[in-house]
Design a protein around this ligand. Structure first.
Ligand SMILES: Cc1cc2nc3c(=O)[nH]c(=O)nc-3n(C[C@H](O)[C@H](O)[C@H](O)COP(=O)(O)OP(=O)(O)OC[C@H]3O[C@@H](n4cnc5c(N)ncnc54)[C@H](O)[C@@H]3O)c2cc1C
Length: 478
């Protein structure tokens, strides 16, 4: 197992090991366009539309768009039905304070194999983010300022202890059950149980428990050790690799890659078409929207979040593993991302809270604007209103920093009807209890979701991985 050497080795490119890789900020120096993101405009349905498509893909996030692209390129007739009036799902390129922002998934890396391959395929570049100038971390006597090197190095050293042994139990990180024998008991552990097991000092505990709690959806007792440990393993079992995964965003915004995939494959796309019912009758699926419009196909790829599966009526019912996953949920139900436009006497800072402390658990500096600085931030507090300036100011001050808020924008993914949760984070027992059956198709019904990937589950890379798999599965079945 790695030791703290790797933490100090990262000092030159200070970490943004923040939340969901979601966080770290970009900088004034980067070249991301400030213009509004390109909006995908589906072609009008043509008269030549088939009475029965080969495949209907439900959901136009990364998983669904990938599956549709693959199937189109194999020559199948594909219809995508998307509930929202935009593509992208839990990725959402938007603008705020005149800058391009992401309200959902953001950070990618070329070594994440599936997204890396797609970025190369379409010639989309990555933009690195810049390091904060100072950091605030919780300590037993309240928030304290550290140099970025010191704060992040200390946190990395604690993580390295927590994930000790993951090079054995996740020997092959893209085959999560390869050492199922070692995972049998470990998968029962919550992150809280692991923190308690470690005998950490109060100082060490406070360096990480804000993150373990927020990844888990608010409490470290809810998230599985094996979820965070698998991300760590996928990052190369060390702190340097972990930091790298939080460093780059797509120069086009996340929507740029989706547009490239759709433009290449040209499936038929219907936006604002929430699916209410998916019914198999004989050898044909009939997929009906909430507005009562029915489309038919030989097979279906279900590419909506696992937390949404229960909102659709299936005939026949979902297979057992998917029924269990739908009842348990995988996306964290309290996940909120917000953007804060602010001025601060403390300059460009990173701030992290403690479990149960400030409603904002992570705050990451982003672009400079003409009047201030943009920060992205994360919360899992259901009582917190990310658009309330007074609440945001108070929450930031609990982290030890002072800001003058110029504007706020937020997305509560848990109360969004078409995601019912934010990033995927498995609960104890879900890896060994649900996998691999949750990835297996039913009767010509395949499941695509970043929530149930083998590798980067909870990431854009995992969504692409699952879309590739579902396309293969359905092609073999229809
Ligand atoms: C706040 C946040 C930060 C994140 N940060 C990162 C990050 O930095 N890096 C990273 O790689 N990943 C990150 N992720 C995770 C990443 O965004 C997701 O794993 C990925 O986008 C999931 O893609 P998907 O296609 O599986 O699901 P989704 O993107 O949720 O797509 C599902 C689609 O189905 C549609 N849908 C839902 N119900 C219906 C219905 N009834 N009928 C028709 N359509 C329907 C939805 O509208 C949506 O478009 C983050 C996620 C969140 C929420």
């Amino acid at each position: 197992m790695q030791n703290s050497k790797s933490s100090s080795g990262s000092a030159g490119r200070i970490s943004r090991r923040s939340i969901l890789r979601a966080g770290a900020g970009i900088t004034a120096a980067t070249a991301v366009a400030a213009t509004a993101p390109e909006v995908f405009a589906p072609a009008q349905a043509s008269a030549a539309e088939p009475a029965v498509y080969d495949v209907i893909v439900v959901g136009a996030g990364y998983a669904g768009v990938t599956a549709a692209r693959e199937l189109r390129l194999k020559g199948y007739q594909v219809l995508i039905l998307e509930a929202r009036n935009r593509i992208g799902g839990r990725t959402w390129t938007d603008t705020f304070a005149g800058k391009q922002i992401e309200l959902g998934g953001t950070w990618v890396e070329l070594t994440q194999p599936h997204v890396g391959a797609e970025l190369k395929r379409y010639g989309i570049g990555l933009v690195p983010d810049a390091a904060p100038e100072r950091t605030f971390f919780p300590t037993p006597s309240g928030p304290a300022e550290f140099t970025p090197d010191e704060g992040f190095t200390r946190m990395g050293a604690t993580y390295e202890r927590i994930f000790e042994g993951s090079n054995q139990y996740f020997e092959r990180p893209f085959e999560p059950l390869y050492r199922a024998d070692l995972l049998k008991d470990l998968d029962k552990l919550s992150l809280r149980a692991r923190l308690n097991q470690m005998g950490l000092t109060p100082e060490q505990e406070l360096l990480v428990n804000g993150q373990t709690a927020v990844y888990s959806g608010g409490s470290s007792a809810t998230g599985a050790l094996t979820m965070l440990a698998q991300w760590w393993a996928l990052s190369g079992w060390n702190n340097d690799g972990w930091n790298e995964t939080m460093k780059y965003r797509m120069s086009t915004g996340t929507v740029g890659l989706l547009n490239a995939m759709l433009n290449e494959a040209q499936p038929t796309v219907r936006l604002s078409s929430p699916v209410a019912q998916i019914a198999l009758s004989g050898s044909t699926y009939h997929v009906t929207t909430q507005a009562g419009v029915t489309s038919s196909a030989k097979g279906v790829v279900l590419a909506v979040p696992v937390n949404v599966w229960q909102s659709i009526k299936f005939t026949p019912s979902l297979p057992a593993a998917q029924t269990t996953a739908a009842a348990q949920g995988i996306g964290v139900k309290t996940g909120t991302k917000l953007w804060i436009h602010a001025r601060s006497p403390q300059g460009r800072f990173y701030a992290q809270g403690a479990e149960g402390g400030s409603p904002i658990t992570m705050m990451i500096p982003d672009k400079v604007t003409s009047s201030g600085l943009l920060y992205s931030a994360f919360s899992t507090d259901p009582a917190f209103d990310p658009t309330n300036t007074a609440q945001v100011t108070a929450a930031v001050s609990q982290l030890g920093a002072n800001i003058e808020v110029l504007g706020v924008k937020g997305q509560r993914w848990g109360s969004d009807a078409y995601s019912r949760g934010g990033w995927a984070f498995r609960k104890p027992g879900q890896l060994t209890g649900l996998y691999p059956n949750v990835q297996q198709p039913g009767s010509r019904l395949a499941f695509a979701s970043g929530d149930i990937a083998n590798g980067w589950s909870g990431y854009i890379d995992g969504a692409i991985e699952s879309g590739l798999r579902a396309a293969q599965q359905i092609a073999a079945l229809i």
